[in-house]
Design a protein around this ligand. Structure first.
Ligand SMILES: Nc1ncnc2c1ncn2[C@@H]1O[C@H](COP(=O)(O)OP(=O)(O)OP(=O)(O)O)[C@@H](O)[C@H]1O
Length: 214
């Protein structure tokens, strides 16, 4: 079953064309890894797939209610504890059980700690644990492993495997090898002409929602 597909998709950032002519399909149980150099447009593409910005051309075919989007920022409420943060997000998605998410990301010993007092890697684990309380099948993730040590990357990989085994799918921008079978989309050949000619090209300025989590 296709969870997301694009047809001839082009995306812009700050009004500047970034990527063009992207056509791909992602089905249940699959992973799509976006590759490309810094500034090539991976985040812009993910934001467009997640519905945070509209395509300049082409279409994204997806049910918005299937999407859980996690951007660079963890989007945590710093004064709430680990379990309060997760309960909050679970409530947003009509879920109640946060224990599997706490266990999956080794957060059980930290449940009473304010999120603001976590280390960078612990914050990232909590940010990723939120995925498990959404109940949503399509994870769209931007550099999910930043700040994670090797054992935390392994926890994340295990959570992804479990997600895939239960009909989920993931689109992820990452510079590391997560160790599982995936389709790879190198965005480099799709860079817009204006963009690839001018190197680090965008001059406009968009408001950013990088803590956003749908
Ligand atoms: N808020 C913004 N407003 C305008 N242009 C932006 C904004 N954020 C990024 N850009 C520009 O858009 C282009 C694509 O950036 P994008 O963040 O999508 O690349 P990326 O492939 O995700 O990069 P990285 O690997 O460094 O995360 C870059 O030239 C960048 O400078």
């Amino acid at each position: 079953m296709s969870l997301l597909s694009t047809t001839n998709l082009s995306v812009t950032r700050g009004g500047i064309p970034v990527l063009e002519r992207l056509t791909f399909t992602l089905s249940a149980g699959e992973v799509l890894v976006l590759r490309g150099p810094n500034g090539s447009g991976k985040t812009t593409l993910l934001r467009t797939l997640a519905g945070l910005q509209t395509p300049s051309q082409g279409q994204v075919h997806v049910d918005p209610d299937h999407i859980a989007y996690a951007a660079h920022a963890d989007g945590l409420k710093s004064t709430l504890t680990v379990s309060e943060n997760l309960k909050f997000w679970a409530g947003v998605y009509g879920q109640t059980d946060i224990q599997p998410a706490l266990a999956a990301f080794d957060l059980t010993r930290l449940t009473g700690r304010a999120a603001g007092n976590l280390s960078a890697g612990q914050k990232r684990r909590l940010g990723l644990a939120r995925l498990l309380v959404t109940g949503r099948p399509l994870w769209i993730l931007d550099e999910p492993t930043v700040s994670l040590d090797a054992s935390s990357v392994a926890l994340f990989a295990a959570a992804v495997q479990q997600h895939l085994a239960t009909g989920g799918a993931m689109i992820v921008a990452t510079h590391i090898d997560l160790g599982f079978e995936a389709q790879v989309l190198d965005v480099t050949p799709h860079r817009a002409k204006l963009a690839s000619q001018s190197g680090d090209f965008a001059t406009g300025f968009d408001s950013d929602e990088d803590g956003a989590f749908l």
